[in-house]
Design a protein around this ligand. Structure first.
Ligand code: PNW
Length: 451
């Protein structure tokens, strides 16, 4: 069997992108609530105020997940929904929502994977400097302890951060995500260090609160895909994947965000490039950041072609003209999961989950009332073939979370890009399973033997 028997077939989502109820039941504001209401920040002025209305129809959504056959559901907790000021008083109504969600999932035999931070920082903490504040790791640890305490005995799997490089890079360098403020490189590196410390503090807090907890981390990367399987091109891709690029692109370095957590040090090439902007690294910092975690997640949507250049150095190539692209404009490289997982496993030696993978399409309802998203099926199928190849080669792949269960608020793209297995009519919030939903159900049922 290619995929192990207990392979975790899942789907993922995040709080701000689906919940709505942004100003209800005592929830505090997040940086996304504020940002999406500023003119010109999000496509056509869309906001997550209502989103998919998941907060109000969670029970129905879980029934849908059960119908789909999901083994696991990865969701995030909205920090300001449970702690409106980020620290201090708990909003019991908000906490109760997640307790009910977890209970419902367990009743349906679906394992919850809880992400603590999927970008919606409490606005109150942002006003105190956000990740620039040296107290931010402590804030995050207190929040992690609260979630651990309230969900222990029910939730075993926690993920500290979703894509730290995106909430630093897109927010403070590209300024297209909340809070959308340009910061100096020195400041971005300081924030990144504080985020890594916050990860370490949260791991400690969760271990203290939750017996038998399994803790993971979910950064993202574009895979580096060798243009041929020659050993030279493979080596070029491996080097390119883990190299720290210069300029603002340091933030997309795979090694920058994962070497500290899994190897206990910043990558040397990166430290050289970033030398004059490096944050102060305290004596015990790296030990705190690198305390053991249980699994390694990676969100992967794309891969870039690499070959060994004439000069013996890796060289990124252009994507072929007219090659496949998704609606959001991302180039598709079907082999990205295979190569990413292979290289990550070699370097970090941890059980790997693909914590996100999926395709944006401009889906529409056909005359027959269905959504025939054959391109998405083909995308998922081919990416899973790559993952299967990795599994067949003996790489420890624990699970796969499709992004996303339903169409949702795609950050600065608003509702203009659809990633879901389930179509949402955003006027009525009606849910309509797409063809890919039926296909994924079959795939889960067959444990991938249909691929
Ligand atoms: C992820 N990139 O974001 C996020 O975790 C999700 O919330 C989001 O909806 C999903 O992918 C689809 O975009 C990413 O530039 C943002 O490679 C940017 C990149 C990757 C993932």
């Amino acid at each position: 069997m290619a995929f192990r028997k207990d392979f975790v077939w899942g789907a993922a989502a995040s709080a701000y992108q689906i919940e709505g109820a942004a100003f209800e039941d005592g929830k505090g504001e997040s940086i996304w609530d504020v940002f999406s209401h500023q003119p010109g920040k999000v496509f056509d002025g869309h906001t997550g105020d209502t989103a998919c209305g998941h907060y109000h129809c969670m029970e129905k959504d879980v029934e849908m997940m059960a119908d789909l056959g999901l083994k696991a559901y990865r969701f995030s907790v909205s920090w300001p929904r449970v702690l409106p000021q980020g620290i201090g008083d708990v909003n019991e109504a908000g906490m109760h929502f997640y307790e009910r969600l977890v209970d419902m999932l367990l009743e349906h035999g679906i394992t919850p994977y809880v992400t603590l931070y999927h970008w919606d920082m409490p606005y109150a903490l942002y006003l105190r400097g956000g990740w620039m504040n040296p107290e931010s790791p402590q804030w995050f640890a207190e929040y992690a302890a609260l979630i651990g305490r309230r969900l222990k005995g029910k939730v075993k799997h926690f993920i500290t951060f979703n894509e730290p490089q995106v909430f630093i890079g897109c927010s403070f360098i590209q300024t297209v995500h909340a809070p959308g403020v340009r910061m100096e490189r020195r400041e971005c590196l300081q924030m990144s260090h504080n985020v890594l410390l916050a990860h370490g503090r949260a791991v400690q807090a969760l271990r203290a609160e939750v017996p038998g907890v399994q803790i993971g981390y979910a950064p993202t990367s574009n895979a580096a895909v060798p243009v041929s399987e020659s050993l030279q091109d493979q080596e070029a891709a491996r080097q390119a994947y883990f190299a720290t690029p210069g300029g603002d692109d340091w933030v997309w370095s795979v090694a920058w965000w994962s070497d500290p957590v899994l190897l206990g040090k910043y990558p040397e090439d990166g430290m050289k490039i970033l030398e004059k902007d490096m944050p102060h690294v305290g004596g015990d910092d790296m030990k705190l950041i690198s305390q053991p975690i249980d699994f390694y997640g990676q969100n992967i949507y794309r891969g870039d072609p690499v070959r060994m250049g004439q000069d013996g150095r890796p060289e990124f190539l252009k994507h072929p003209a007219g090659g496949p692209k998704t609606a959001i404009g991302w180039h598709v490289n079907f082999d990205c999961l295979y190569w990413a997982v292979k290289f990550l496993n070699e370097r970090y030696k941890k059980p790997i989950y693909i914590t996100e993978n999926g395709m944006s399409c401009h889906d529409w309802l056909s005359l027959d009332g269905k959504v025939h998203d054959s391109a998405r099926i083909d995308y998922l199928h081919r990416h899973l073939l790559g993952l299967r190849r990795a599994a067949e080669e003996g790489i420890d792949i624990a699970g796969y979370f499709q992004w996303s269960l339903m169409d949702n608020f795609e950050w600065s793209q608003g509702y203009s890009d659809r990633f879901g297995l389930v179509y949402i009519d955003f006027a009525t919030l009606e849910r309509i399973p797409k063809d890919s939903y039926e296909w994924y159900r079959e795939t889960i049922h067959m444990n991938g033997e249909n691929l």
